[in-house]
Design a protein around this ligand. Structure first.
Ligand code: FAD
Ligand code: GLY
Length: 376
């Protein structure tokens, strides 16, 4: 491995693989390094929701990129199919965000008002209207926010489709190669020290999800970032119980092909342990039964967990390192890394090409927390 690449990407999750795809498509020579297998961490644990309107409830830069990224999926599914042969299983049957009490109903109605003001499709449905749409839902709910544009994909397939497409466009992808440290040279980074030796590149991208902080702190930037474990389970039902994805304050139910429902997810901060706890599953099951009582006779399929990369203010880190101009960071996507993966790949590619960047990128700058970002 003594060849030099235009760009070395650290991390083979959905974001690293998307970045590899867009860079390879733009003509760069790319090496992606993953210390385990591709899509082995958060990117296969995800439910795959493209929840721009369901997950992001405030106006701002995150809402802007979430919508932009969601809009990329309809054409992306064909592009990736053409380059990789992989179907990312895009489903666009909308989401219902349920209000289980009056307080939640008021909150959802104000979210609907702000989203409508910004030109997004969102509507309030009373309990009877929800029951007409989704006959199996409990009548204990007050109403729901109807979001026709939020859909879902198969997150593991999306990650592998990005990776395979990148490879078919010339990128080199190495699994089971761990990056130990970054090779620094004055104000730039010249490569990485890995379990397979030193590798040199013109740019380095850190897309190592919840594990990015360690690599960065060694370069003098101590970003606020912490892991948040999420546990999920899936069941198989003998007939379809839902058409839309159902989202509440405490759980979500995502209808996948083959009468499978993915039900998630717990939120356990400050742990890298990927164990699935009985307590976590019990809590999710209780919450899901309240919403969809018919679930009780479904067949348990499997459970799993993943580690979300969270930041100090809930916004991802997308930008150049303040002290190393050829070191790019793309992490902190927290609950929305699948949704945000196409825009992440596109923006990092523009950054590396030296293109003009949209104004909203200011919000994602790495040194936005002045008290944490320190030069060396
Ligand atoms: P990861 O997928 O974690 O990938 C990082 C990779 O870097 C890993 O494969 C790791 O092995 C590798 N790595 C780390 N250190 C090194 C090193 N030193 N050298 C080499 N490789 C290294 N998002 C949505 O948009 N929709 C959802 O419905 C959704 N549901 C979720 C449900 C759950 C239960 C969880 C846990 C997350 C969910 N998310 C969802 C969030 C989403 O999964 C993450 O934001 C996203 O997967 C992060 O992707 P990533 O590529 O940044 O990180
Ligand atoms: N976006 C769903 C989750 O992170 O659990």
């Amino acid at each position: 491995m003594n060849k030099s690449y235009d760009v070395i990407i650290i991390g083979g999750g959905v974001n690293g693989c998307s970045i590899a795809y867009y860079l390879a498509r733009g003509g760069k020579s790319v090496l992606l390094l993953e210390r385990e297998k591709l899509a082995g961490k958060a990117s296969s644990a995800a439910a795959g929701m493209l929840g721009a309107q369901v997950e992001v409830t405030e106006e701002g830069a995150l809402f802007d990129i979430a919508k932009e990224s969601r809009a990329m999926f309809p054409s992306l599914q064909y592009e990736l199919k053409e380059h990789s042969g992989i179907d990312i299983e895009l489903v666009q049957k909308g989401m219902l965000k349920l209000a289980m009490n009056e307080e939640e109903a008021q909150h959802l109605k104000s979210t609907i008002a702000f989203q409508q003001k910004l030109g997004e499709r969102a509507e309030w449905l009373a309990q009877e209207q929800v029951a007409e749409r989704e006959g199996q839902l409990s009548d204990a709910l007050v109403g729901a926010m109807d979001i026709p544009m939020d859909g879902h994909v198969n997150p593991e397939r999306l990650t592998l489709a990005f990776a395979k497409s990148a490879i078919n466009l010339g990128a080199v992808v190495k699994e089971y190669v761990e990056v130990y440290s970054l090779l620094r040279d004055g104000g730039s980074v010249k490569g990485v020290e890995t379990s397979s030796g030193k590798i040199y590149g013109g740019n380095v991208v850190v897309a190592a999800g919840a594990w990015s902080k360690r690599l960065l702190s060694e370069c003098g930037v101590k970003i606020p970032a912490y892991p948040v474990k999420g546990e999920c389970f899936s069941v198989i039902t003998d007939r379809p119980l839902l058409t839309s994805t159902i989202f509440t304050e405490s759980c979500y139910l995502v209808p996948k092909s083959g009468n499978r429902l993915v039900i998630g997810a717990t939120m356990i901060p400050d742990t890298f342990s990927e164990n699935v706890t009985i307590g976590g599953l019990f809590q999710l099951m209780e919450e899901a039964f309240i919403v969809l009582p018919a679930l009780k006779s479904s067949t348990f399929e499997r459970s799993w967990s993943g580690i979300r990369p969270q930041t100090g203010d809930g916004l991802p880190y997308l930008g150049k390192h303040p002290n190393y101009k050829n070191l790019v960071i793309a992490t902190g996507h927290y609950r929305n890394g699948i949704l945000l993966s196409p825009i992440t790949g596109k923006l990092v590619t523009k950054m590396i090409h030296g293109d003009f960047m949209p104004e909203y990128m200011e919000a994602f700058k790495l040194d936005r927390f002045k008290e944490y970002a320190r030069g060396e």
